[in-house]
Design a protein around this ligand. Structure first.
Ligand SMILES: NC(=O)c1ccc[n+]([C@@H]2O[C@H](COP(=O)([O-])OP(=O)(O)OC[C@H]3O[C@@H](n4cnc5c(N)ncnc54)[C@H](OP(=O)(O)O)[C@@H]3O)[C@@H](O)[C@H]2O)c1
Length: 355
């Protein structure tokens, strides 16, 4: 009898979005006691998905072809191995796997360090759910770390997060006031996106939106006024003057320590880890000259953090910010969405739905 097959989108040879293809692959089956098979309903795309398909990430990770895009996913449990007790067939779930594979009808999850899976509350759609996983792990952990590091926590403080409508920025802005009790929230976007901040988040979540393409951001914010900055877009030194000397804290999503890289990717070459360490040491020194503490955010897999974002989404504290969606069957639209992600000029997350 012929093997049952499934549809997926990815590449059979490393390539950019223009060469993404429909793949017909065998439906994976449970072979290990701890395996989990997910019937995927939606997946979102992020920079690493595009980089993995292009082969760029081979510098730190062994990548086998074909590559299926989509690292954040939501769906239902189709089958589980005999040792799995946390999930059963039919459960609604959402999660992240560093190996991708979400843009397919079925995703086989084998236990590994960079995998995170949680139950999905009933009132969150699969499409919305796929916005959250990797973004929320990163953002919640960055904000929790700042909360712990700043004397008195983030409550009552002034916080600046540039690129407020990026995948990561769009979640962070929604959490700062309701969860961390921040006093003043400041962000930057380009001209066409200025009005979208109020449209998408409503009044009261963001106090100051600056058009970084036409305004002087440092002047608009004011020197030495910001307690915490989370850099989402390589802007640490460009805006360093806004930080309060002596107490200011600057975390970045755009750097990594060598040891953290090798914890995530044990086969990453020693030299790449060393180069990251040197770059990080230089950046820490440059920032410290302004009396500001600096560190790259290291994201860990945390079911607890996924559950927290699920609760916040259920209660309406946060919502998915979706730039656009495409059905898996519509290859040209999927390619167009991946091209926006590759160009880094989108809004929120780009989502592929799977019937
Ligand atoms: N996506 C995730 O789930 C995720 C998870 C963990 C970590 N990260 C890391 O977090 C960082 C940010 O990723 P991301 O996915 O959030 O980025 P992204 O969504 O791809 O960023 C695109 C957005 O950034 C804006 N932007 C670009 N340059 C800007 C600048 N100089 N000033 C202000 N806005 C700017 C763009 O707006 P305009 O077009 O208007 O300029 C666009 O809205 C990356 O280092 C990524 O590796 C991402």
């Amino acid at each position: 009898m012929a093997e049952p097959t499934m549809r997926a989108v990815g590449v059979s040879a490393f390539a950019g979005p223009a060469k993404y293809e429909h793949l017909i692959l065998p439906i994976p089956t449970i072979t290990g006691d701890e395996d989990i098979l997910v019937r995927v309903k939606a997946t979102s795309l992020a920079g690493p998905d595009v980089a993995r398909a292009a082969g760029t990430l081979r510098i730190v990770q062994t990548i086998k072809l074909p590559v299926i895009i989509g690292s954040d996913f939501a769906g239902t449990i189709a089958a589980v191995g005999s040792a799995v007790t946390a999930f059963r067939p039919g459960d609604r779930v959402f999660g992240f796997t560093v190996n991708g594979g979400g843009a397919a009808e079925y995703l086989l999850l084998k236990p590994h360090r960079m995998l995170c899976l949680a139950k999905l509350p009933d009132n969150i759609s699969f499409e919305d759910a796929s916005y959250f996983p990797s973004t929320s792990l990163t953002i919640i952990q960055a904000l929790d770390a700042a909360e712990a590091a700043i004397p008195g926590g983030l409550k009552g403080k002034t916080v600046f997060i540039p690129a407020g409508l990026s995948a990561t920025g769009s979640l962070a802005l929604q959490l700062l006031k309701p969860v961390y009790d921040v006093k003043k929230v400041i962000t930057t976007v380009s001209t066409a996106k200025v009005s979208r901040i109020i449209e998408l988040f409503g009044e009261g979540k963001v106090d100051q939106t600056i058009d970084y393409t036409t305004q002087n951001v440092v002047e608009a914010i004011g020197p030495q006024t910001v307690d915490f900055m989370l850099d989402t877009c390589y802007s640490s030194m460009k805006y360093i003057q806004i930080m309060k000397p002596g107490t200011g804290i600057l975390y970045t999503l755009t750097g990594k320590k060598g040891a953290d890289l090798r914890e995530d990717f044990p086969t990453a070459p020693w030299l790449v880890a060393k180069i990251l360490d040197v770059a990080n040491a230089v950046q820490t020194w440059r920032v410290s000259r302004w009396g500001v503490a600096y560190k790259p955010v290291f994201t860990k897999m945390s079911v607890y953090d996924l559950q927290r974002v699920g609760e916040w989404a259920q209660s309406g504290t946060v919502k998915a910010i979706v730039g656009d969606t495409a059905d898996l069957a519509d290859l040209e639209r999927v390619k167009a969405l991946a091209t926006v992600v590759e160009k880094k000029n989108g809004l929120g997350k780009y989502i592929i739905t799977i019937e």
